[in-house]
Ligand binder design. Structure first.
Ligand code: FAD
Length: 631
């Protein structure tokens, strides 16, 4: 049997994006011996790709902003399906987390009088996104990594070893969580470069593994977003919440085919870019839904006036929440008014001088020049929807990040967790979510460890079993190759559980996915364990398949359209579903769903909305019993 190298920690954080780093820093600050395990290179996480910014009511751009307005925008964006406690904590604590980052060395763009500059984004009432050009995620990760190194230097000085309290295991993928009864006892993984197996013994494990986008064919997500954390949680006995809600970002590149899906940041629209059809018409004015009509401009003149005088103009419809814009683009293309390569036009070149475009959107200019030979200062971009973010995720306790379900010692933060964003996330709310709940999760894990009278023990045979399962694809003499299976999962999810869904198509997807189970279980990879991408993918397939099944089953169950979940056969939001969370758990190896009541909105939080707006979302019964009466 292969050798397994054991390591012992108090807290193991799986994932080195914003959520994982912030959680690890907090656990280490609370005196816990902490490991950060990352499948990708240290510094290469989704977070680093974030362009637009981090949303926080700093009130620099507009003194009328407040945590209450941010909370209200978040709940509106999520179509009232957000966990209210999470949305409240997020809106209240995001400013502190941004200022903390600045203390740790982040260099945000400034206003002329030297405060942190904030930019507009879809669904946010006020300019709210702290940013660094269009490379905000890079600065966030750089700063958090610098903080990790600083803590390691402190430990080197105090303990003689920089890794005594906080160690990074880069390019190390976790394949199993190990349990002692109902308690997490550690994690098992492998080093991607050498193929060596590792055992992390720890009473607390934090999942911070990001999203699931690689289960879809057209996606802005990169190779590591295979839903490992979602699947690990399910298999360990935790619950996934509302997995039907997958966000399709309206603007991904559509051409050339090799880069299809790569993100075109919402900042392009936030900074003045407009969407046009094949005839040059700004079509978004025709797609403002009733629930948003009072907040969005009806004419181009009014919309353009908003950029310089937001107090006296309503917002441009290009800045509607992402689900609305993505559906509008989808319809334009379907009805034959699209661009030559199957998207629509996003034009910034006619809206501001070339130098300003270069200053505000340097990465976008570079991206289009390098990848599509398009100069965005001179011509429009072609864009279309791309799978971007999953709102569904591990059900957690909002205050501590502890996973719900039958497993203790498991925590989750960031994109892998669910509830915060309801049915649709607002742009910029992820980076602030990572910081707020990453910190809370690190704290929650540390307090949990302190509360234990004895550490759990990894059952004797469990590491060897995990090693055997990991090595199995290489030991097989026959079986499908992992790339074929990956393509089949992606095609199925894209075609049958994509941006517009229909009952019979989702049923078909479930059949196809279920039929793939045996083939994925028998997948064969060639070669040996030292750096072998085919083997890595073979192991990732198990997560991708399980997560896809959870998405498809949830999508079939929810018979309404809300946020990131659009059912052609149930085109409206339904009062019947207004308060329903769909909870997925694994029973006898199969994903089972049950319904759970959404927690109530407290009266003081309900009072932030006027009754006319609440009437669009709440049931009549709720309105009668809870909503404030009209003045
Ligand atoms: P990630 O940053 O995704 O990190 C996940 C980590 O988990 C990685 O280190 C990965 O290697 C590791 N991992 C995964 N599986 C395993 C495993 N099995 N074992 C070990 N490690 C594992 N949001 C905003 O708020 N503002 C923006 O401007 C913005 N722009 C974006 C632009 C792009 C192109 C994309 C793709 C997303 C953008 N988002 C933005 C969304 C946001 O970046 C992500 O939601 C967020 O970064 C997720 O952070 P995270 O810490 O949860 O996970």
């Amino acid at each position: 049997m292969s050798e397994i190298t054991p390591q012992r920690y108090d807290v193991v954080v799986i994932g080195a994006g914003g959520a994982g780093l912030r959680a690890a820093i907090e656990a280490r600050l609370r005196g816990k011996r902490t490991a950060i395990v990352s499948k990708s290179l240290f510094g290469k996480a989704h977070t680093v790709m974030a362009e637009g910014g981090a949303a926080a009511a700093l009130r620099n751009a507009n003194p009328d902003d407040s945590w209450q307005v941010h909370f209200r925008d978040t709940i509106r964006g999520g179509k009232f399906l957000n966990n209210p406690r999470m949305a409240e904590l997020h809106a209240k604590e995001a400013p502190d987390r941004i200022w903390e980052l600045e203390l740790w060395g982040a260099l945000f763009d400034r206003t002329p009088d030297g405060r942190i500059s904030q930019r507009n984004f879809g669904g946010h009432e006020y300019a709210r996104l702290a940013h660094v050009g269009d490379r905000t995620g890079l600065e966030l990760i750089r700063t958090l990594q610098q903080r990790v190194v600083q803590l390691q230097q402190d430990d080197a000085a105090a303990l003689g070893d920089p890794e005594a309290m906080l160690k990074v295991y880069a390019e190390t993928a976790v394949t199993e969580l190990l349990k002692d009864g109902d308690r997490v006892a550690g994690a098992f993984g492998y080093d991607r470069a050498t193929g060596g197996f590792l055992l992390f013994e720890a009473p607390a494990v934090v999942l911070a593994t990001g999203g699931i986008g690689k289960s879809f064919k057209v996606t802005s997500n990169s190779w590591e977003y295979t839903g490992d954390g979602h699947a690990l949680a399910l298999r360990a006995g935790a619950n996934l919440l509302n997995m039907e809600f997958v966000q399709f970002h309206p603007t991904g590149m559509v051409w050339p085919p090799s880069v299809k899906g790569i993100l075109v940041t919402e900042s392009v629209r936030g900074d003045g870019g407009v969407l046009r059809d094949s005839e040059g018409r700004r079509f978004m004015f025709r797609y403002v839904p009733d629930v948003f009509r009072s907040q969005y401009a009806e004419t181009e003149e009014e919309a353009d006036g908003w950029y310089t005088d937001p107090a006296n103009h309503r917002r441009p419809p290009e800045l509607l929440p992402r689900d609305e814009v993505a559906r509008a683009i989808n319809t334009e293309v379907k009805e034959g008014r699209g661009s030559p390569h199957g998207g629509v036009f996003l034009d910034v070149s006619s809206r501001m001088p070339a130098e300003e475009i270069m200053r505000r959107l340097p990465s976008m200019h570079h991206q289009f020049k390098e990848l599509a030979d398009v100069d965005i200062t001179a011509e429009p971009m072609e864009v279309g929807p791309t799978c971007h973010y999953v709102m569904g995720g591990v059900e957690v306790d909002p205050d501590t990040g502890a996973a719900a379900g039958g497993v203790r010692g498991l925590f989750a933060a960031g994109e892998v967790s669910g509830g915060m964003h309801g049915s649709n996330r607002l742009g910029g709310n992820s980076l602030s979510d990572l910081l707020v709940f990453g910190r809370r999760c690190g704290l929650g894990a540390a307090e949990y460890v302190d509360s234990l009278s004895e550490r759990p023990t990894v059952p004797a045979g469990a590491p060897a079993e995990a090693a055997e399962a990991a090595g199995a694809p290489l030991a097989r003499e026959a079986g499908d190759d992992p790339y074929t299976l990956h393509r089949e999962i992606q095609q199925t999810m894209n075609d049958l559980v994509g941006i517009i869904r229909r009952g019979p198509e989702i049923e078909r997807a479930i059949e196809v996915l279920d039929a793939l189970e045996a083939r994925v279980a028998g997948v064969r990879a060639e070669g040996a364990r030292a750096y072998n991408p085919g083997w890595h993918l073979a192991l990732d397939l198990r997560s991708m398949l399980l997560v896809s099944q959870a998405v498809a089953r949830s999508a079939l169950e929810r018979e309404e359209s809300r946020g990131g979940h659009t059912r052609d056969d149930f085109p409206r939001m339904s009062a019947r579903w207004r308060r329903v969370n769909l909870v997925a758990a694994l029973e006898g190896g199969r994903v089972r769903l049950r319904r759970q009541d959404l927690p109530d909105l407290r009266p003081d939080l309900l009072a932030l909305f006027d009754r006319a707006e609440l009437a669009k979302y709440l049931t009549e019964e709720e309105l009668a019993t809870t909503a404030p009466a009209e003045e």
